[in-house]
Design a protein around this ligand. Sequence first.
Ligand SMILES: CC(C)(COP(=O)(O)OP(=O)(O)OC[C@H]1O[C@@H](n2cnc3c(N)ncnc32)[C@H](O)[C@@H]1OP(=O)(O)O)[C@@H](O)C(=O)NCCC(=O)NCCS
Length: 131
Amino acid sequence: MSSLSAKYSQFVMPDHINVVGTLFGGQMIAWVDLAAAKVAYRFLKSANVDGAVTRTIDQVEFKEPVYLGDWVNFTATIVAAGTTSFKIQVEAHAEGRNSEPRLACVATIVMVSVKKDNSGQYHKTPHGQSC
Ligand SMILES: CC(C)(COP(=O)(O)OP(=O)(O)OC[C@H]1O[C@@H](n2cnc3c(N)ncnc32)[C@H](O)[C@@H]1OP(=O)(O)O)[C@@H](O)C(=O)NCCC(=O)NCCS
């Protein structure tokens, strides 16, 4: 069975750049989290939950700089499923106008599925999904 994945892309604009002229790492992590959220959305479509929250972002590695005007193409894949948690591997490939696509960033994210109770509070809840 093939693993569940999702794709997501962002274009690097001037607001995303740090003082040395490359993509700000915190911006990259925010996009990584969004890419993970997209595959989480698909993973939980048939589950009796209200959503998922990010519990950990681990093993973030910035492998190559990313520049103004590059596209960043993310692939997020579900790689493990627990009772309430599930693990997502994210890869970000930078695509420049004059360069070959390159693996710019990798990270591992654990999300936990949640459900809203009658008072509006969210609590962890089993997702009942497997991968
Ligand atoms: C996520 C949250 C609801 C979990 O509640 P909790 O009572 O702390 O849950 P637990 O410690 O029992 O962990 C829940 C699951 O996460 C897993 N987990 C917890 N810490 C982990 C870690 N460091 N690495 C990997 N998995 C972890 C547990 O093993 C468990 O998995 P399982 O049910 O599949 O066995 C709660 O910690 C929370 O609300 N955190 C803040 C989330 C947030 O604001 N995120 C940012 C915005 S999205």
